[in-house]
Design a protein. Structure first.
Length: 285
């Protein structure tokens, strides 16, 4: 039976008591966003290692605060946490080289899309504790949601630490069935693109209705952003909020009659998520 727990909503836990060494492998947009979140929660830069061949100015600045940037792997002690944040296509080249960093108490946390627990287990030493995650783009502003699944080697203490690290960029959900990550990828991983398409299409429709294009774009952006924030804050579900906006016989009802005709928007989105789920499974290794 699949179970799920969440780290939110609750206060984001501090990391000031973290006493091990954290190695971040890959400090692109998502990796850097996570790093800044951890440091904001009190992670000591001196306990942090970043392996990144093309560090940004921000990462270089952190090196001046004690963060170890691109040290020789042989000089590093066993690490408590290794976070793999490289692009999936780089995994075959990067992951096997991390074996020297893995010790008996190390947990490896991967944010690489499509890279399964079994694939990571083959590339790393036997009995390595591994957590596979699927974050999404809003994590870059601390408003993301990440879904995680652990292999059998992960201890409760390691899971708790991973939960604290993931919560630095938003909320974290845990599932027991790794197969669910294909659907997670389709819903929350790819989901920001669907929302951006909504804003893009709404702006275009506004312009076709006679609004100046720049005004239509501003209205669409503010409407999507504001509605998302309302949904986040409200205790009501999305269906109830939609119904509250819709007066019988009014303008919203007229628009929804089109969007919901013969399944309409809902059916189209179901097909889109199904297609993305299928593709995620095809890309997994």
């Amino acid at each position: 039976m699949t179970t799920s727990t969440t780290s939110g909503p609750r206060a984001t836990p501090a990391l000031g008591d973290f006493s091990g060494t954290l190695a971040l492998v890959g400090a692109g947009k998502m990796g850097a966003a996570m790093l800044h979140g951890w440091l904001g929660l009190g992670l000591d830069p001196a306990r942090t290692v970043v392996i990144e061949p093309k560090p940004s100015g921000d990462i270089l600045a952190l090196a001046g605060r004690g963060l170890r940037l691109n040290p020789a792997v042989a000089t590093l002690p066993d690490t408590s946490v290794i976070v793999i944040a490289v692009k999936p296509q780089s995994a075959a080249e990067v992951v096997p080289g991390l074996a020297a960093l893995v010790g008996p108490s190390t947990v490896v946390l991967s944010i690489m899309a499509g890279k399964t627990l079994a694939g990571l287990e083959r590339a790393l030493p036997a009995a390595t504790a591994i957590i596979r995650t699927m974050p999404n783009l809003p994590a870059s502003i601390g408003r993301g949601i990440t879904v995680a699944v652990a292999n059998a080697r992960v201890t409760p203490r390691q899971r708790d630490l991973a939960d604290r690290l993931l919560a630095a960029t938003g909320t974290a959900e845990w599932v027991a069935d790794e197969a669910l990550l294909d659907a997670v990828t389709a819903v929350s991983g790819s989901g920001p693109a669907y929302v951006f398409l909504l804003a893009e299409s709404l702006a275009r429709a506004g312009a076709l209705a006679g609004l100046p294009a720049d005004l239509a774009a501003r209205l669409a952006r503010a409407t999507v952003a504001g509605s998302g924030e309302l949904l986040r804050r409200s205790e009501l579900d999305a269906a109830t909020l939609r119904q509250n906006v819709t007066s019988p016989g009014g303008t919203t009802a007229a628009a929804l009659d089109i969007l919901m005709a013969a399944g309409g928007f809902a059916a189209l989105l179901e097909r889109a998520v199904a297609a993305a789920t299928k593709r995620a499974g095809e890309l997994a290794d």
